[in-house]
Design a protein around this ligand. Structure first.
Ligand code: GLN
Length: 251
C-alpha cells in the first residue's frame, strides 16, 4: 500500500523545522509497511490535489507568505474541491493563515488568503512565542478509540492573531500558552479533514496520536474499514506526558 504526502512550498514555508512533520508521517507509515510517496512542489509547479492523500503546509515569515500568495490563488478551485472531498490537510501557522480569508500584517497590508477556512488573521503588536499545551476537543478526537494522549504539545511564534468564524471548530482549549489569538483560549481549527494550528515543534513527532489521526483519516478516505496497526509509542508518550506535566507544573 502507498500513501501520497505532498509538501507544498517546502522552500518557503519551513520555519522551525516544520519538515519534521513529513519525516514523522513517513516513518509512521514505513513502520506499518505502508510506502510513503513524498511529493514536493513550490512556485509555478503543477500539482494533482485529487491524487494525493495528505497535503502539508508549514509556517513562514510574512515576506515568504507574500511571495507565494499569487501562486496559491491559482490553485484555489482544485484545492477547495479536494478539501470538500475529504483531502487531509495539515497547515501550520503561516500555512494555516493562508487557508483563511486574509492575514493583515503589522504594516496594515493584507495578504489575501484562499478563504477555504472561515478564519481571519490580524497581526498584533506583540509576538506570541512559547510552548503550547492544548486539551483536544471531541471534534478532533472523534475517533472511536480514545487515545491515551488527549493533549497536543507544540511551540508557537506568530504575530498573527486568528479568529474563527461560525461553523469553524477549534482543535481545543489552551491550557498553556496563547493559541490562535491569546484572547479566546482556543487553538487551531478543524474543518472537514483540514487541521490548522499555530503549533510548530515540529508538531507531529511530539504528538504521535495526532500523526496517526491524520494517517487514519487519509486511509479511511479510500477504504472506510481501514484501521491503523498500533505502534509501540511508549517513549513518544513518555516524552509528551513529561513535557505537559512540566509546563502545567503537575507532579
Ligand atoms: N508570518 C506569520 C506571523 O507572524 C506566520 C509565522 C509563522 O509561520 N511562524 O503570524
Amino acid at each position: 500500500m502507498k500513501l501520497t504526502i505532498c509538501h507544498l512550498y517546502p522552500d518557503l514555508l519551513d520555519l522551525y523545522g516544520d519538515r519534521g512533520n513529513i519525516l514523522a508521517l513517513s516513518a509512521r507509515c514505513r513502520w506499518r509497511g505502508i510506502e510513503p510517496v513524498i511529493q514536493r512542489a513550490s512556485l509555478g509547479e503543477d500539482l494533482d490535489f485529487l491524487g494525493m492523500d495528505i497535503l502539508f503546509l508549514g509556517g513562514g515569515s510574512d515576506r515568504e507568505q507574500g511571495l507565494l500568495v499569487q501562486d496559491l490563488m491559482r490553485r484555489e478551485n482544485e484545492l477547495r474541491s479536494a478539501i470538500e472531498s475529504g483531502l487531509v490537510v495539515l497547515a501550520i501557522c503561516g500555512g494555516y493563515q493562508m487557508l483563511g480569508k486574509y492575514y493583515q500584517m503589522t504594516s496594515g497590508e493584507k495578504i489575501q488568503g484562499l478563504d477555504i477556512l472561515d478564519v481571519w488573521t490580524i497581526a498584533g503588536a506583540k509576538r506570541l512565542i512559547g510552548n503550547v499545551v492544548v486539551d483536544l476537543d471531541e471534534n478532533v478526537l472523534g475517533i472511536d478509540s480514545s487515545p491515551e494522549l488527549r493533549t497536543l504539545l507544540g511551540f508557537e511564534n506568530h504575530s498573527g492573531q486568528t479568529h474563527l468564524g461560525e461553523g469553524m471548530k477549534p482543535l481545543g482549549k489552551v491550557s498553556f500558552g496563547n493559541g490562535n489569538n491569546g484572547q479566546d483560549g482556543e487553538e487551531g481549527v478543524r474543518y472537514r479533514n483540514v487541521f490548522g494550528t499555530y503549533m510548530h515543534g515540529p508538531l507531529l513527532p511530539k504528538n504521535p496520536h495526532f500523526a496517526d489521526l491524520l494517517l487514519e483519516l487519509a486511509l479511511q478516505r479510500r477504504d472506510p474499514n481501514t484501521c491503523l496497526m498500533e505502534l509501540d509509542d511508549r517513549l513518544e508518550k513518555l516524552a509528551h506526558e513529561t513535557m505537559v506535566k512540566r509546563l502545567l507544573k503537575q507532579p
